[in-house]
Design a protein around this ligand. Sequence first.
Ligand SMILES: Nc1ncnc2c1ncn2[C@@H]1O[C@H](COP(=O)(O)OP(=O)(O)OP(=O)(O)O)[C@@H](O)[C@H]1O
Ligand SMILES: [Mg+2]
Length: 254
Amino acid sequence: MSLLTIEKLRMVYPNGHQALSDVSLRAERGEIVAVIGRSGAGKSTLLRCIAGLQKPSGGSIVLDGADIIAASEAQLRRLRSRIGFIWQEYNLVDRLPALTNVLTGRLGHNRGLGSLLGHFSREHRAIAVHNLERVGLLDKARQRADQLSGGEKQRVAIARAISQEPTLLLADEPVASLDPELAVQVMDDLARVAREDGVLTLINIHQVELARQFADRVVGIARGLVVYDGPPDGLDDTVLDQVYRFDRPARRVA
Ligand SMILES: Nc1ncnc2c1ncn2[C@@H]1O[C@H](COP(=O)(O)OP(=O)(O)OP(=O)(O)O)[C@@H](O)[C@H]1O
Ligand SMILES: [Mg+2]
């Protein structure tokens, strides 16, 4: 059985808009999968459904043997503690230091009295410090999140997500707010820690070049359907045309 199995996923929003028509895909431990598609294709909808943040209208999502759609609230909470989410706008707690933000990634592992008092054991702290170091930010450990640059914030978010020791990492346009050079560096950090830890990672991304550079596999979505699922090498003009058909400039005819 695959680590993640999605079958016939469908999402119709209450206003009647069908964001996902029929999405099926499987993914394995350690894979880095880029999800590409034009704006409105359904990429964020897909990630939110996988994270259990919204209920799809049909189909199934099974992660590590657990059915995400059928899960009760309590089961979903447990499942979510093993799904790391990286957002375009970081979602850090502004007034807390970088290290404390990373430590919140340990909440799902912090049981007993410690969790009630908001105390983290030496072991939790060691993991958080280690992960901050892995993204090159140990020297900013005490700096408040709102005093960090965009690239630093996203690195903190990566360290927080990986500190969850997640079964699955989901990143929704993680570098869309960064300049091109920084985007490459942050993608490099994300891909590196995910690979080192062997975590299945799904990344929604608009830059095809970054998908080619960092992903093992690319899933192209158009109008709520998977129109490509294969290696980055296979992203030729014909495939890109299918994925981006409606917003690629018309070819100039001489
Ligand atoms: N809550 C909602 N209610 C109604 N329609 C929605 C809702 N959320 C998203 N949609 C619609 O569903 C479609 C898919 O949206 P989604 O956010 O998944 O696209 P996306 O591929 O992530 O786009 P982008 O690249 O711009 O982030 C869009 O047409 C969007 O307008
Ligand atoms: Mg989106």
